[in-house]
Design a protein around this ligand. Structure first.
Ligand SMILES: [Zn+2]
Length: 141
């Protein structure tokens, strides 16, 4: 049992709100990049942890991913959601999803760069596409 003061309750509820705002954006980004995994919603569980529900092809219902960390901006929430869900997409067999820059054979990583959520190459650390559901932001060389 975790004892929480008012301040941490507030932080938790604020995080939940940020995640709720981030879910739609991440869902759009994933859909546009051809992911099978689709985030549905975030909720507080009985132990006041933030849980993410999602579905993927062949699943009739939603599965719960692990609880999410406290965040302080929508961008941080987007990175946390994208990171968790990318893992599920890769586990489903799409080994390099959503594809790195220049035909690299590894998947990119979700990362916060200058306060924005990006897909970033793990090899050269270049952020090449914003995680915002708008592909026109892609700046691949
Ligand atoms: Zn790369």
């Amino acid at each position: 049992m975790v004892i929480q003061d008012d301040n941490s309750d507030e932080l938790l509820l604020y995080s939940l709100e940020l995640y709720q705002r981030a879910v739609e954006r991440v869902a759009r980004d994933f859909r546009q990049r051809g992911a099978g995994v689709k985030p549905l919603e975030v909720q507080l569980d009985d132990l006041d942890a933030i849980e993410l529900f999602y579905e993927r092809p062949g699943w009739t219902g939603a599965a719960t991913l692990g609880s999410l960390p406290v965040v302080h901006s929508v961008e941080q929430a987007v990175v946390a959601l994208a990171d968790l869900l990318q893992e599920k997409e890769i586990e489903a067999g799409d080994n390099t999803w959503p594809g790195c820059r220049g035909g690299h054979s590894h998947p990119p990583a979700a990362a916060l760069l200058d306060g924005d959520a990006w897909w970033r190459c793990p090899s050269d650390s270049v952020g090449f596409s914003l995680i915002d559901g708008h592909r026109h932001h892609k700046v691949d060389p």
